[in-house]
Structures are given as C-alpha cells and as structure tokens.
Design a protein around this ligand. Structure first.
Ligand code: KIV
Length: 282
C-alpha cells in the first residue's frame, strides 16, 4: 500500500468516506495504528500531557516533537504522519514558523504539520505551504491557548463565536491548509464549519458531521482514568496491562518464569555455523 498523501485525504472527503486519525508518540503504537489501516497519525503535542506528565502542552519543545515524530515516522509505511508544531514554534514570526515546520519534516520525517489558530495564523499556513509542506489547521478549543480560553472548555457556544470559527476555517482553507481539526464545539458548530469549507475537517468532541474523527490513542485504549466525555474507550488496555504485569511478577516470585520453554539451551550458546553470532530473537 502506498503512503497516504493530501490528495488521498481530499478524495476520501469528496467520496464521503469518513477519515480516522489517531495520535501516536512512539514506534510500537504507531506501527499498530499503521497496520490497523488508520490513514492519518498525529504526533500531537498532547505528548506533553499524556506521555511526559505535564499539566498542559505548553512546555513541549521542538526537540520533543522531533524526537517523537522520528519514532512514529520510522514505524509507519502507509499512514501520513502529521507533526504538531509546539507552542512558540510558529506564533512569533512567519520565518520561525517555516523554519520549524521544515525541521519537523527534515529531522523528524513528518509528512505534514499541524498548527493551532485561525485567521491570525493564516500567514504562517500560507508560508509553510509555499515551501511544499502540507499544513493541517486546528480551530475551536486550541490547547496552546488554554490560559486565554480559561480552561479546556467547549468553544463556539454562541452565534458570534460559531461565526468566528467559520471565518477562521475559511481563512485557513484560503491559506492552503489541506485539512482542519475542529476541537470541542457543539455538534451543530462542527457541522456548520464542515459545510463552510471544501477541505476535510477532523473532529474531536465536535459531533458526527465532520469529515473525520481524531482521538488521543491513550484515551481510546483505556489508559486515561478520566477521559473526556466525547471519548469512546474501545478497549481497557490499562486493566490488561495491569493483569499481565501482575502475572509476570507472580511468575518470577513463584519461580514459574523462566520455564522449560524459555530456557536458553546449550545449542544457543555455541557459535553459529558461519562463525557469527546466533540470533537470540526470532
Ligand atoms: O495534540 C493533540 O493530540 C491534538 C489532538 C487532540 C487534535 O492536537
């Protein structure tokens, strides 16, 4: 299967095929998402909260994003890997935005970048797209603005705020964004924004009428003890992880592990016939 490109994402929207996106921050989860046929993998700056234990995404650095993007990109062969631009990597100037988007592609191996904001960020989107890097926009609840927004609150609740979101999305589209994330808005606002643009919208807590959906991988796999209300937990891997680790501890304590099957036999200790090292892993 060939790599998902922006054209494919647009084709899916035009054909009315819902687009699944998930976050990933490391190679094993990225490989699983890729093998599951998920077309878009976002290396979100949510890495700061769900992996690095910060209270907000604000401390996440370019180095963090490059580090995690590299792991995700290396583990995928089909999905488009989109790297989030962290706080202050694009807001200060158009030049910095282009340079940092370029680093995520050049050093991280991303195929596209995502940045938060509407009309006020259109100049950044346009400049990055002009360098040849696809850009995904992000409107609604933009977590990098958490302090201005007064918390992680639903956005677009009154008519003026909803209209502003529509204008933001249109500005991002006009600037060349290939897709737009809409986060935490009432369902009718998600629908209104989606109908106002031709590019696909990807919703998170934005209802059923966006062109696609995105979830944080740890939320949908049950690792978040208090997931947001819009999350569906598709499996409780936290409980399964706990059971597996308890079983492992008990097996060691009871001297059941390693058992006969896991013993390294003398044959493995002998050199390989060609004189090289034997593979210990299959
Ligand atoms: O950082 C992130 O994970 C995101 C998604 C929630 C859209 O931006």
């Amino acid at each position: 299967m060939s790599r998902v490109r922006v054209q494919k994402v647009q084709e899916m929207k035009t054909a009315g095929v819902p687009i699944a996106m998930v976050t990933a921050y490391d190679a094993p989860f990225a490989r699983a998402a890729d093998e599951a046929g998920i077309p878009l993998i976002l290396v979100g700056d949510s890495v700061g909260m769900v992996v690095l234990g910060y209270e907000t995404t604000l401390p996440v650095t370019m180095e963090d994003m490059i580090h995690h993007t590299r792991a995700v990109a290396a583990a995928t062969s089909h999905a488009m890997v989109i790297a989030d631009m962290p706080f202050l990597s694009y807001q200060v100037s158009v030049e910095q935005a282009v340079e940092n988007a370029g680093r995520l592609v050049k050093e991280g191996g991303a195929h596209a970048v995502k940045l938060e904001g509407g009309q006020e960020m259109a100049s950044r989107v346009e400049a990055i797209v002009n360098t040849g890097i696809p850009v995904m926009g992000h409107v609604g609840l933009t977590p990098q603005a958490v302090h201005r927004l007064g918390g992680y609150r639903i956005q677009g609740r009154d008519e003026a705020a909803a209209r502003k979101l529509v204008e933001d999305a249109k500005a991002l589209e006009a600037a060349g964004a290939f897709s737009i994330v809409i986060e935490s808005v009432p369902e009718e606002v998600g629908k209104m924004v989606t109908e106002a643009v031709d590019v696909p919208t990807i919703g998170i807590g934005a209802g059923r009428y966006t062109s696609g959906q995105v979830l944080v991988i740890y939320d949908l796999l049950g690792f978040n003890p208090k997931p947001p209300r819009f999350v569906r937990v598709f499996d409780d891997l936290r409980a399964r992880l706990f059971d597996a680790l308890v079983a492992y501890r008990k097996a060691v304590e009871n001297k059941e592990f390693p058992g006969e099957a896991e013993v390294t036999h003398a044959e493995w200790a002998r050199p390989a016939p060609d004189g090289g090292d034997r593979e210990v892993r299959p």
